[in-house]
Design a protein around this ligand. Sequence first.
Ligand SMILES: CC(=O)N[C@H]1[C@@H](OP(=O)(O)OP(=O)(O)OC[C@H]2O[C@@H](n3ccc(=O)[nH]c3=O)[C@H](O)[C@@H]2O)O[C@H](CO)[C@H](O)[C@@H]1O
Ligand SMILES: [Mn+2]
Length: 360
Amino acid sequence: MIRSISRTHFMCCGAFLLILLGAIYVYSGYPPLFNSFCQPCDNFRDPELKFIEIKGCPEKGSWRIRDLKMETGVKYAQPSTQRGRTDVNAVTNWNAPLVWEGTFDPVVIDAIYKRLDPRVAVVVLAVGKYTRFLKGFLESAEKYFLVDFRVTYYIFTDNKQDVPKIELGTGRKITVLDVPSATRWQDVVLSRMKWATIAIDKQIRNEADYLFMMDIDSIFHSRFGAESLSPLSAVLHRGYYKKYRNYFPYERRGTSKAYIPPDEGDYYYTAAVWGGYLEEMYKLVKYCYIQSEEDAKNNIEAVWQEESYLNRYLLYNKPTKVLSPEYLWSDYDQVPADIKVVRISQLVKNYAEVRPNGGQ
Ligand SMILES: CC(=O)N[C@H]1[C@@H](OP(=O)(O)OP(=O)(O)OC[C@H]2O[C@@H](n3ccc(=O)[nH]c3=O)[C@H](O)[C@@H]2O)O[C@H](CO)[C@H](O)[C@@H]1O
Ligand SMILES: [Mn+2]
């Protein structure tokens, strides 16, 4: 009798303990046990190529931008179901936001995303004479780029001594990494994919939740804020956002891994600004790197280097946010009426002087 009571007693205590532990686990905010810890890390399947295994994601991945929570008491204008931008389309045909000035309220956006406090990595190359662009880029980014967020600029350069000392805001820092010099600009722009892949593996994965790839020859002029964040965000190239898809400068040679057939295509995206979850970006930069290596083995260089692979990837793996050309304009071009704000703009530069092998 005593033995049977103590057995029942023991089982009850055990069950109670299990329930208690389960409750603690759920309340502590951990992801469900049987859900993947690294959702964005499934391998990428290119429709025409064989299975490409791109492994990554050893991270816990508890940070998720889809969490659209806001505190009580935030004061902002009521959103309208009737009024909004009518001169541009603010949604893609796969129902992702297409972000223009007037399609978001910065107060609401900041109230949502500052709570999440993501660690943002910005990867830029400044090889050869391009170190001259660092000062303007960094100083203007400190004024306008994700202000009050944690940002680390990863500067890849062959010229460490030319990296300027810039006063940085709280929570912001610069990490300088060595890369070799190059004799062709084409090699530099393509190498961005390789260095980003390696640096994510070695270092950035432990230091960032979100990653942007950017050109260095640019100046920020206005807010470039958290409205740009999503699992995978790409920017419409200013030169093609009103053009018919067959005029896009996609890679059209069937022999290249970046090939896009005629009559296909959504938008033409620039490779000068793009960003996303660290693991989404890892998949994408590694994809561009692997595909360009494959092409190189066959003596092919895609027509617009990494931009060509990026465009192929994004055609078959749609971005979750598309940013208007406000998120990368150019000082070469006049600003049309539909661009209400130039948030960042590429500088006019003397290509022949600044690049190791000249060229346009
Ligand atoms: C607006 C736009 O669509 N820009 C694209 C276009 O830019 P651009 O013609 O503006 O190319 P670019 O000369 O700025 O090169 C791209 C970036 O590579 C780095 N760099 C380049 C050369 C060099 O000697 N040292 C160096 O550091 C630097 O960060 C630079 O900003 O074509 C390039 C090559 O296809 C890239 O796709 C760019 O993203
Ligand atoms: Mn550029």
